[in-house]
Design a protein around this ligand. Structure first.
Ligand code: NAP
Length: 311
């Protein structure tokens, strides 16, 4: 009987590796668990989970023998960890292997926003360079003040890269950290007021919902840029859209949104926004490492060994 269920849209090679290791049952989404026959549900001990749909107590209760939910991704906000703990279900994620990719994309998005590379590229492709001449002047990126909201694994990688851009680095986290001299702000509004660009690298979930509040956005101001690679939930999206549309926020570069992929169409009409399709960890190399770490967690659980990366 099936011990493992793989939930989500795995690439063919990831699916083949899962099949070779565990011969799992594949489901497109977590909602499909309810359609499984009872004897199948009762045999499931491990779930390899890939997705952003909520995996809560009701879904866990469909699998009475469940012992692990191995998440594909470092962000596990879709999984109700408290409900899992209450049922003795371990949750694992895939930290660190994706830090470089996500930090690289954050830097790329910031440069795209301030140097207007997307608009400038269109200027060339549409024949404007030839017809109308030089592209308009934009803003300098290097040598400014950068804020990191959430100085965790990814936040530190972003800050490290920003040092190469001669940035004056500020940060906010719930506690002051050991840093090479970066300026700590106990309050996110004070951080936003002190910087030209703010990178959001918080965890998602209910505890950080709306952490980038209307006040934080107003403090960043008409010259400020907000870069978000965390989760759409961490920003008050309605306040951000209002501020962008009225010029009270200078610009934004966003990889994550509420209601992905059906994002608010207001974003499409705002030229100061750089939009990415939640692809922070989306290189072939990093996704392979994430998939491998997820499989290592499932394998360790089934073998009764210590889990490599529990949350
Ligand atoms: P991490 O090392 O756990 O760092 C998370 C940061 O969030 C820490 O600075 C932590 O602050 C802060 N934080 C946690 N709970 C908080 C709370 N209740 N209030 C305020 N701050 C809180 O996580 P990571 O590995 O850097 O990943 C960060 C997030 O990036 C992930 O959770 C995920 O959502 C997102 N992500 C996005 C992509 C993408 O494709 N765009 C890819 C990977 C990850 P303290 O230091 O005070 O604890």
């Amino acid at each position: 009987m099936t011990e493992t269920v793989a939930i989500g849209s795995y690439k063919d090679h990831e699916r083949a590796a899962l099949d070779a290791a565990f011969a799992p049952l594949h489901l497109d989404h977590v909602g499909a668990l309810a359609d499984l026959p009872q004897d199948v549900r009762e045999s499931v001990r491990a779930v390899a989970y890939k997705g952003h749909r909520p995996f809560g107590a009701a879904e866990m209760d469909l699998l009475p023998a469940l012992g692990i939910i191995a998440n594909y991704g470092v962000g596990f906000d879709a999984i109700d960890v408290a409900a899992a703990r209450a049922r003795g279900v371990a949750v694992t994620n895939t930290p660190d292997v994706l830090n470089d990719d996500v930090a690289d994309l954050a830097i790329a998005m910031w440069l795209m926003q301030v140097r207007e590379t997307e608009h400038a590229s269109r200027w060339v492709r549409e024949g404007q360079w030839k017809a109308r001449g030089e592209y308009r002047l934009n803003r300098q990126a290097s040598g400014k003040r950068a804020g990191i909201l959430g100085l965790g694994r990814i936040g530190r990688e972003i800050a490290g890269r920003l040092q190469g851009f001669k940035m004056d680095i500020h940060y906010h986290a719930r506690s002051e950290k050991e840093t090479p001299g970066w300026t700590y702000h106990a309050d996110p509004v004070a951080l936003a007021a002190a910087v030209d660009v703010m990178f959001v690298a918080l965890v998602g979930g209910s505890a950080t919902a709306g952490y980038v509040s209307r006040e934080v956005i107003e403090a960043l101001g008409p010259e400020g840029v907000l870069v978000n690679i965390s989760r759409g939930t961490t920003v008050d999206e309605a306040a951000m859209l209002d501020a962008l549309e009225t010029g009270r926020l200078g610009g934004a570069a966003l990889d994550v949104f509420l209601n992905e992929p059906d994002i608010d169409p207001r974003f499409f009409a705002i030229p100061s926004v750089v939009i990415q399709p939640h692809q922070g960890s989306g290189s072939a190399e990093t996704r392979a490492a994430m998939a491998a770490l997820q499989r290592e967690n499932v394998a360790a659980f089934l073998a009764g060994l210590a889990l490599p990366t529990p949350v």
